[in-house]
Design a protein around this ligand. Structure first.
Ligand SMILES: NC(=O)c1ccc[n+]([C@@H]2O[C@H](COP(=O)([O-])OP(=O)(O)OC[C@H]3O[C@@H](n4cnc5c(N)ncnc54)[C@H](O)[C@@H]3O)[C@@H](O)[C@H]2O)c1
Length: 251
């Protein structure tokens, strides 16, 4: 129970990787808040239907007021967010195509959720973390940003920004004993991406073959790293990007 007494907020935690992170952190003893556009209450109930150690909140990461309201609500129920997992993003629903074929609106929509979102959430939780001189921010990036993966320019670029933002947070928050690190998965078989046939057809086999450990990645392959980054075991590590993709790239 390495996270006993801590409160975690997992954005976009109602499905996919976010739900797997929430389940692991809850099993580690944390109180878990799942914040998502939809399905948050049901997901929280699946962790603890008494509501004592899990809470679901409707929250839009791209809307500063919505984020502020949710973080205030966590202050009331659980005392504040000690550990933030910035997981929400536009990903599994995106259409893959050459960069010239994206409209400016498509580009900005991805940037709003995937870059403004983590910024809004970090900004909202920082005062509580600073006041207690302890905090963990875990930003979910992607190895695609380090590879420069083709045919998802807006998404890949947004995840590059997440890695850079992580480094800035590390520099700006280190004095308060708050760490910020990024988890960079590769293509991982979450429930929603499995429904995107085009994405799986374009990337599935090639990505599998690019790995040192040549198999599919599952959400369960990632949760241990998130647990480590949330815990005291990673106390002297900040600004780092941990690639968890079976040795597809070495950084
Ligand atoms: N699955 C993969 O292959 C993979 C690989 C690398 C990185 N990632 C990253 O991991 C994270 C989770 O991926 P996933 O496969 O579970 O994605 P997903 O698309 O299945 O789930 C994303 C979640 O975010 C929520 N969300 C979207 N917009 C939101 C908003 N404005 N406010 C709040 N919540 C919002 C959705 O409702 C959903 O629950 C994302 O950051 C993604 O970029 C995923």
């Amino acid at each position: 129970m390495r996270l006993h007494g801590k409160t975690v907020m997992v954005t976009g935690g109602a499905t996919g990787l976010g739900l797997a992170f929430a389940q692991r952190l809850h099993a580690d003893g944390a109180r878990v808040v799942i914040a998502d556009l939809r399905g948050a209450s049901q997901a929280a109930q699946s962790l603890d239907d008494s509501g004592r150690t899990a809470q679901g909140l409707v929250m839009d990461v791209a809307d500063e007021a919505s984020v502020r309201e949710a973080v205030t609500a966590v202050g009331t129920t659980f005392g504040g967010v000690d550990i933030l997992v910035n997981n929400a993003a536009l990903f599994s629903t995106l259409v893959n195509k050459p960069f010239e074929e994206y409209s400016g609106d498509e580009w900005m929509q991805v940037m709003r959720v995937n870059t403004l979102g983590p910024f809004n959430c970090a900004k909202a939780v920082a005062p509580h973390m600073k006041a207690q001189r302890w905090g963990r921010i875990i930003n979910v990036a992607s190895t695609s940003a380090l590879k420069g993966l083709a045919n998802m320019a807006h998404y890949v670029t947004s995840k590059g920004a997440v890695i850079t933002f992580t480094r800035v947070l590390a520099r700006e928050l280190g004095a308060w004993n708050i760490t910020a690190n990024a988890l960079a998965p590769g293509l991982t078989l979450s429930d929603q991406i499995l429904k995107n046939d085009d994405h799986m057809a374009k990337f599935g086999e090639a990505i599998r073959k690019s790995r040192s450990i040549q198999r599919d990645a599952l959400p369960s392959d990632l949760v241990g790293t998130v647990s480590f980054l949330a815990s005291e075991d990673s106390a002297f590590m900040t600004g780092q990007t941990l690639c968890v993709e079976g040795g597809a790239i070495f950084v």
